[in-house]
Design a protein around this ligand. Structure first.
Ligand code: COA
Length: 184
């Protein structure tokens, strides 16, 4: 398959990462509040340099930039799950907190979903989030995704001081192809 590397919406450009994106990445991946629900800790400048290089080679990561000044304000993750014949993609997002509350994450996610359903032929797009991450599931509901599951103690990103997993619940949201085409 030939993958697209550039998408546009009203206010945003979604493009592949480049090595030079590390400073903008550092601006939000070094923020404890931003990475609180992510499976990783805050990142140093050196780590962000490595992440930018790694993401530039990984088709799942999209850099989200403002059209008005090219500022990178966040990222979308969009990856096809296995088995491939189930035509299911998973979406994720992390934004710079200075740009919350303006609808940018909604706009970027919608554009990626359009790409998924209308260009890649996705049958289902899903997303997982911690129920405590209200901003995340509110975003999924703004996107008209349906809460399909509440999984108990599904994941663990942290351990107690004596090495025991700290489990947390997960909501799973989804949208089907026919729901997308009914909505647009
Ligand atoms: C999840 C996350 C991306 C949501 O960010 P957000 O700013 O709430 O989402 P949006 O950018 O879509 O902005 C929506 C808000 O802007 C408002 N808004 C303003 N202008 C808007 C517009 N033109 N269109 C849509 N919404 C608009 C909405 O009303 C909404 O406000 P509300 O939350 O008070 O109802 C953000 O909290 C984040 O990056 N968190 C850290 C990473 C994370 O936890 N990721 C998820 C892991 S599962």
């Amino acid at each position: 398959m030939c993958y697209v590397v550039y998408l546009e919406s009203e206010r945003l450009i979604l493009r592949k990462f480049t090595d030079d994106d590390w400073e903008d990445l550092y601006e939000y991946l070094s923020n404890e509040d931003v990475v609180k629900y992510e499976p990783y800790d805050t990142c140093s400048e050196d780590e962000c340099k490595e992440i930018a290089v790694w993401r530039s080679k990984n088709e799942a990561f999209w850099a989200v930039c403002l059209k008005e000044n090219n500022k990178l304000i966040g990222n979308i993750y969009f990856h096809q799950n296995e088995p491939k014949e189930f035509l299911t993609w998973e979406i994720g997002y992390v934004f710079n907190s200075s740009y919350y509350g303006k609808g940018y994450a909604t706009e970027a996610s919608k554009r990626i979903m359009q790409y998924g359903f209308q260009e890649l032929g996705a049958h289902r797009i899903i997303a997982n989030c911690n129920p405590k991450n209200t901003a995340s599931w509110k975003l999924l509901e703004r996107l008209s995704m349906r809460r399909e599951g509440h999984f108990k103690k599904k994941a663990s990103f942290n351990k107690t001081s004596d090495g025991k997993a700290i489990w947390h619940d997960a909501y799973q949201y989804a949208m089907l192809e026919e729901e997308w085409f009914r909505m647009i």
